[in-house]
Design a protein around this ligand. Structure first.
Ligand code: G3P
Ligand code: CA
Length: 354
């Protein structure tokens, strides 16, 4: 029997009148950095008022809803710099069901939202702290990478990271965007969508004396979000490429929130088999495979479902749609022909609702 333990709920479409009011309010109050381009012209990124109907509210607690879920990958990262509050705001305005946060840990033990272990790709750290690098191969680089200068998050305090510009690399108009703490992301998203944090490099941080899983759980507890259904407007799903991290959270820390095991494009041969899936089901409620794995072997979707796992592939983006004419068509195919439950996309505004 198919087990669905991830809370399902309907996406929300802000009414036109609400958007018009928000746009007017933005024109009166917001600086230029708050207006961002989308496929349909400039819109205000202020938060839309959630408009849950009664049936939608009931669906929040239903494990049987077949509603497909939209996870905004690093926010609306096709349109705004990934993992900034600007990107998260836009994802909410575009109707995301969940907003993803990749987590890293600062030297002083604060969780921040950033994809890489290092700061140089998405901030101006090189300019602000020119001498604070290590010349090595970062552990999140491909194995054949050459040694290069890296500015590690875990070498900087939060106060130092707050001085960095995390927006200009994407577009000069985002100059001044900051690396958010996870708490800031929670404060922004809460009440409007779910949270979808990923423990990034937990083993790397462990070696540096920083316990990422403990910090994640503490933050969830402090926000009273550590139990399933604690806030029906803000479900939480935790994801990781590290099975050890997920197992630790499930068995040692007794986390009852849904866990999703991420699977890269070149996994072990025994992972995506019937027994592999059964094994994953012992510590997780879902899998998050690279979408190419499903393209090459669509039977994975049924295998996952038969093992009682949900399946949420990554990453759907307008800049890489393979054989499909556009990202909407690609997402349509995965959701409604192949039958995945949810997906990660950089383009939340293109998610095909039915
Ligand atoms: O977490 C899903 C997807 O984001 C995994 O890839 O590298 O973007 O974190 P990555
Ligand atoms: Ca991720």
């Amino acid at each position: 029997m198919r087990i669905r333990s991830i809370p399902r709920f309907r996406g929300r479409k802000p009414r036109l009148a609400t958007l018009a009011l928000l746009a007017l309010a933005a024109m009166l109050t917001a600086g230029p950095a708050l207006v961002m381009p989308t496929g349909s012209g400039a819109i205000n990124t202020g938060l839309s008022t959630p408009e849950w109907s009664e049936p939608e509210l009931r669906d929040l607690n239903s494990s049987l809803s077949s509603r497909k879920m939209l996870v905004a990958h690093r926010g609306a990262s096709a349109y705004a710099p990934e993992h900034t509050l600007e990107s998260y705001r836009l994802a909410l305005a575009q109707g995301a069901d969940f907003v993803e946060q990749d987590l890293q840990v600062t030297r002083d033990g604060q969780l921040v939202c950033l994809h890489d272990l290092t700061l140089e790709r998405t901030t101006n750290v090189e300019e602000i702290f020119p001498d604070r690098y290590h010349e090595d191969i970062s552990e999140d680089q491909p194995k054949d990478a050459k040694p290069a200068k890296h500015w590690y998050v875990s070498d900087f305090t939060l106060e130092e990271i707050r001085r960095l510009d995390a927006g200009s690399w994407f577009d000069p108009k985002f100059r001044g965007a900051r690396v958010p703490t996870w708490q800031e992301a929670i404060d922004l998203v809460r009440g409007h969508a779910g949270l979808y944090p990923e423990t990034k490099g937990p083993e790397v941080y462990g070696k540096r004396g920083l316990d990422m899983e403990k910090l994640v759980l503490e933050t969830l507890r402090n926000n009273r979000l550590d139990q399933p259904g604690a806030d029906r407007k803000t479900p939480v799903i935790i994801q990781s490429f590290s099975a050890a991290s997920l197992r630790r959270m499930r068995f040692e820390m007794k986390i009852r929130l849904p866990l999703v095991y991420l699977i890269g494009g070149d996994p072990r041969n025994d992972l995506l088999t019937e027994s592999g899936m059964r094994n994953i089901r012992t510590f997780a409620e879902g899998i998050g495979p690279a979408k190419g794995l499903i393209s090459r072997n669509p039977a994975i979707v049924d295998l996952a479902h038969k093992a009682g796992l949900t399946i949420t592939p990554y990453t759907f983006r307008s800049s890489s749609t393979g054989q499909f004419p556009n990202v909407r068509a690609e997402m349509e195919h995965f959701l409604y022909s192949l039958g995945v439950d949810a997906l990660f996309t950089d383009n939340p505004d293109q998610f095909p609702r039915r």
